[in-house]
Design a protein around this ligand. Structure first.
Ligand SMILES: [Zn+2]
Ligand SMILES: [Zn+2]
Length: 101
């Protein structure tokens, strides 16, 4: 993740929603706006798997469809393996989280 994609991210936020809900089974991602949260389906429209849009530990929302670890508390948001393939994100050796927001 870098600064290069920030403008694109902003564009997407405007058109598709600020937050994302993901299917724990097939990985389907659905973007939504805060006001849509009450209407989010609990089951995946594609595979009927469990949809998750909040961190089970702290309740933080997700901002990326590829999030596997809560940005707020570092808790696991969903299984790292999907279809037997580990989800990779930018490896940050050493510190798992930065101290300040
Ligand atoms: Zn699914
Ligand atoms: Zn959390």
């Amino acid at each position: 993740m870098g600064e290069a994609g920030d403008w694109l991210k902003e564009e997407r936020r405007k058109t598709l929603g600020d937050w994302v809900s993901v299917c724990l089974s097939c990985g389907l991602a659905q973007r939504y706006f805060e006001e849509w949260e009450a209407d989010l389906p609990a089951a995946c429209p594609q595979c009927s798997g469990e949809m998750r849009w909040r961190c089970p530990s702290c309740g933080a929302r997700f901002t990326s469809a590829f999030t596997v670890e809560c940005e707020a508390c570092g808790g696991e948001l969903r299984p790292r393996e999907l279809f037997g393939t580990p989800i990779r994100k930018g490896a940050r050796p050493g510190s798992r989280r930065s101290g300040s927001p």
